[in-house]
Design a binder for this molecule. Structure first.
Ligand code: HEM
Length: 520
């Protein structure tokens, strides 16, 4: 008969085995670190208890939209030899290396590209949402996805601006009368969803006309929960998944009819549709190479994720910052009117020629890179550099490197001293780009190396087009939100936590009241 004493002995034995396992595994990991020939990064936490409290405080900071401050505070424990990189050891073979060092980002993304990848853990965590798509895979699978997707982003396809015009004119129709408050972020998110679904599927979800779109809500929910699942690391199993799973079902229900429609086209008809055909969509392009519904679905959801929020959030931040600086808004508008007047739709060449517009978008992406936190898993034993003359950091196969372009691009020490020509780097100043180019790898909003954003040109064109059309119509912008409450909200993409409430004034409207508050 099982007695209490048996239970105590069994529990003690299990605990002893667990501790022994922990100690052996930890020793093996330590040995691996030494064998690689480098050292550990300065440590934030080195056991499951301290690591757990660290993960929960990170999740709390994320919920309170204070992740950047939290992430930056990690480097308080850094050392002069390794000033911008720290580590957290959770389980004996589970280690996170957190960095904001451009040399590390360069190593991970390009010079040691084959040593790092999304890795099996990221793949498994994201699989329900993004399947085996370009975002979740490495090696040949990733390479095949990239080859499948890239042809849709050639200049000829992007320079056809009709899809953008359709989206922006719908957005302009949704804006309230001159001088009334609107959350421009909300309409921008709806516009980029419509533009991206039109580009991908040949049919817009039309969320500008239908704000309660079930699909849009599901897509937002899934992204938010997915980011939380990723942030809490080893504790993700405790998070409820009901809303997440329901959201994925909604996304699939929406997507499948389009996929069926494309697959209903005989192969020879698909072949006949060429890249220059107006009705040739991203879906057609990939359906020529695969008839696998799951593959089609995964790639489309991945590009939708990549293309929708990134551009909407960047445009939202741009309007937020421009509303703080009426003089910069006026300068941008005068460039726009000078180039294309008040009504003519811009061409691709017009957009490329507007330097201040380009600087405005670059500056927005410097302060608010759309993908603020990213990670790579070590696929091999490898190293990351420290300051010259010191041993490198050993990175053991399976270790996760978390890098933040946001934290790196906010590092003051990476910029020239503030001067008349170069504003304090904490401030929004498109003018700084007139005489300054960032050093390589110190400005990477689109990543770099073989996995550089495939939609970069699409994104810059869409954002420039949208700004031009809005600025043609409106000559003044006023912030109507609470400057103090605004925070950086980091889901997969970083967006303004409060939306961007503004009033836009048409040129003919008589200006009343005080000019815009300059805020903080
Ligand atoms: C402001 C706009 C954008 C920014 C800042 C941006 C940034 C990025 C970044 C940082 C990555 C690397 C992600 C990773 O490491 O997994 C990425 C990848 C990617 N982006 Fe963008 N993106 C933008 C817009 C777009 C648009 C509009 C599209 C398509 C319509 C797009 C398509 C992709 C794809 C397919 C990848 C995966 C590339 C690969 O893994 O090989 N992006 N983007």
């Amino acid at each position: 008969m099982l007695t209490f004493a048996h239970l105590v002995v069994a529990s003690a034995l299990s605990l002893a085995c667990a501790v022994a396992y922990y100690v052996v595994q930890r020793a093996k990991h330590e040995l691996a670190i030494r064998k690689i020939g480098g050292v550990r990064a300065p440590s934030l936490a080195s056991n499951p208890l301290t690591a757990a409290s660290w993960f929960f405080s990170a999740a709390r900071a994320q919920i309170r939209n204070q992740l950047l401050e939290h992430y930056t505070s990690f480097y308080d424990v850094a050392t002069p030899e390794c000033p911008d990189c720290v580590e957290i050891q959770i389980m004996p073979r589970e280690r996170y290396i957190l960095t904001r060092d451009p040399d590390h980002i360069k190593a991970v993304l390009t010079t040691q590209f084959s040593d790092f990848g999304k890795g099996p853990r990221f793949h498994d965590l994201w699989r329900p949402f993004l399947g085996d798509s370009i975002f979740t895979t490495d090696g040949q699978l990733w390479h095949d996805s990239r080859s499948l997707i890239r042809p849709m982003f050639i200049k000829d396809r992007i320079s056809d601006l009709e899809t953008f015009e359709k989206g922006v004119s719908a957005l302009l129709n949704k804006l309230p009368p001159s001088g009334q408050t609107v959350d421009i972020m909300d309409v921008l998110y709806r516009m980029t969803l419509d533009v991206t679904t039109e580009f991908l599927l040949g049919a817009s979800v039309d969320s500008l006309s239908n704000p309660q779109s079930e699909f849009a809500r599901a897509f937002n929910d899934v992204q938010r929960i997915q980011m939380m699942i990723t942030t809490v690391g080893p504790f993700e199993a405790f998070l409820p998944r009901r809303r997440y799973n329901q959201g994925i079902q909604t996304i699939d229900r929406f997507m499948m009819p389009y996929i069926e429609q494309a697959l209903a086209l005989p192969q020879d008809e698909l072949e006949k549709l060429s890249n220059s055909d107006r009705h040739f969509t991203f879906l057609h392009s990939i359906a020529r190479y695969t008839r696998d519904r799951r593959v089609l679905r995964d790639q489309i959801v991945a590009v939708l994720l990549a293309g929708r929020d990134t551009t909407a959030a960047t445009l939202s931040w741009a309007f937020y910052e421009l509303s703080r600086y009426p003089d910069k808004f006026a300068r941008l508008r005068s460039e726009v009117i000078g180039a294309v007047g008040r009504t003519r739709t811009p061409t691709y060449a017009d957009l490329k020629d507007m330097a201040y517009l380009r600087h405005t978008l670059n500056e927005t992406l410097r302060l608010y890179p759309a993908v603020p936190y990213n990670l790579r898993s070590a696929l091999e034993d490898t190293t990351l550099p420290t300051t010259p003359g010191h041993p490198p950091i050993s990175v053991v196969k399976g270790d996760i490197v978390i890098y933040s372009t946001l934290a790196m691009q906010r590092r003051r020490d990476l910029y020239p001293p503030a001067s008349e020509k170069f504003e304090d780097p904490a401030l929004f100043s498109p003018e700084r780009w007139e005489g300054w180019t960032p050093k390589p790898w110190q400005y990477v909003p689109f990543n770099g190396g073989p996995r550089i954003c495939v939609g970069q040109n699409f994104a810059m064109t869409e954002m420039a087009y949208c700004m031009v059309r809005i600025l043609q119509k409106y000559d003044r912008l006023e912030y109507r939100g609470d400057w103090h409450a605004q925070r950086h909200e980091a889901e997969v993409v970083g967006k303004p936590s409060q939306g961007v409430k503004i009033a836009l004034y048409e040129e003919s409207t008589k200006v009343v009241g005080n000019p815009v508050s300059l805020g903080i």
